[in-house]
Design a protein around this ligand. Structure first.
Ligand SMILES: [Zn+2]
Length: 324
């Protein structure tokens, strides 16, 4: 169906729904389509939207969303759970972060453009049909193929009502690492589209590497149910108690602003995720194939290592570490 005719609130109550939204024609015939999983509760209530695979090489979203869709019982649900297991279908098919069709990063083009490139059209329909009118947006990311990140939730920190609501939801989710990002939201994100519409939002990150661990799956599926309890979407009264967070971080979450490789080579990290480091401390090095150091990699700031390059081969300009 064309997304202009799709209205989640008009889907039958007390049922699970599977839909394909037609976005644009494919060069090889057929349509570029977005998969939609929607659970309509037996009773009216809040609307929660969850995105997966906004980046095409991040598999936590589809893995978590499909599990949640299997487990949610419409009879026990109040409101509407709207989930897109894979938002960036072209990038997902190509097993890469950005779209092979227009080269765009879906997480940099929100709120999109209905007359723009394919990625801009996807962002537009996600904004208009899935974020607008929602009571909460959760965007599930991960470290992708080449990186490593801890299981974490992040939100925009300010005294604004919708930021406070996003923070409360992120804390209720129950991840081991919490990350508060001072407002404003950088442009182009699903979270910035939500922000412009006054919709509370938060996001998650996970280790990535093309797989989803049993631990991540356990934390995130439980997290979505914790979130629905928090939002008053679950009829059963047994409210879960999220595990206390191990670590709370504050700082810039733009993972594009990582320490970059100054040369091609073979990267080897010497620190671990979440390790405390000081400004100027060596984080690792880039070697040639004879084991000679081509370049030391040092931390620009004092803080915690939150992202590391996991794929050893690096090219000039690749991110290798991020310290907050
Ligand atoms: Zn991502």
């Amino acid at each position: 169906m064309h997304p202009s005719t799709f209205t989640p609130a008009e889907l039958a109550a007390n049922q699970k729904h599977r839909r394909w939204l037609d976005i644009a024609p494919r060069a090889d015939g057929g349509m570029w389509q977005l998969p939609v999983l929607c659970v309509r509760g037996a009773q009216a209530g809040p609307s929660l939207t969850i995105f997966g695979a906004v980046h095409g090489d991040e598999y936590d979203g589809p893995e978590v969303i499909q599990r949640v869709f299997e487990q949610v019982q419409p009879a026990e649900l109040r409101g509407t759970l709207l989930m897109l297991p894979v938002c960036n279908v072209p990038a997902y098919e190509a097993i890469q972060r950005c779209s092979p069709i227009d080269g765009a990063n879906l997480a940099r083009v929100f709120p999109g453009n209905p007359d723009g490139s394919l990625t801009e059209q996807i962002a537009y329909w996600l904004t208009e049909k899935c974020i607008r009118g929602a009571d909460m947006l959760l965007d599930i990311h991960s470290a992708g193929l080449a990186y490593d990140l801890p299981n974490l939730v992040g939100w925009t920190h300010s005294e604004a009502t919708h930021h406070k609501a996003g923070e409360a939801a992120a804390r209720a989710f129950g991840a081991p690492v919490l990350w508060a990002h001072p407002a404003p939201v950088p442009p182009g994100r699903s979270l910035s589209a939500a922000d412009a519409l006054g919709v509370p939002s938060f996001y998650t990150e996970a280790p990535g590497a093309g797989r989803v661990s049993a631990e991540t799956l356990r934390i995130f599926v439980r997290g979505v149910f914790n979130l629905m309890h928090h939002m008053g979407m679950m009829n059963n009264t047994a409210s879960p108690v999220p595990a206390p967070a191990a670590l709370e971080l504050v700082g810039n979450g733009n993972l594009d602003q990582t320490v970059l490789a100054p040369c091609d080579g073979h990267f080897r990290a010497e620190v671990g995720l979440l390790q405390s480091v000081t400004a100027g401390q060596r984080l690792g090095a880039i070697y040639d194939l004879l084991g000679n150091v081509l370049s030391d990699i040092t931390s620009p700031v004092t803080g915690r290592v939150v992202l590391l390059r996991a794929l050893h081969r690096v090219k000039t300009g690749d991110g290798v570490a991020h310290v907050v």
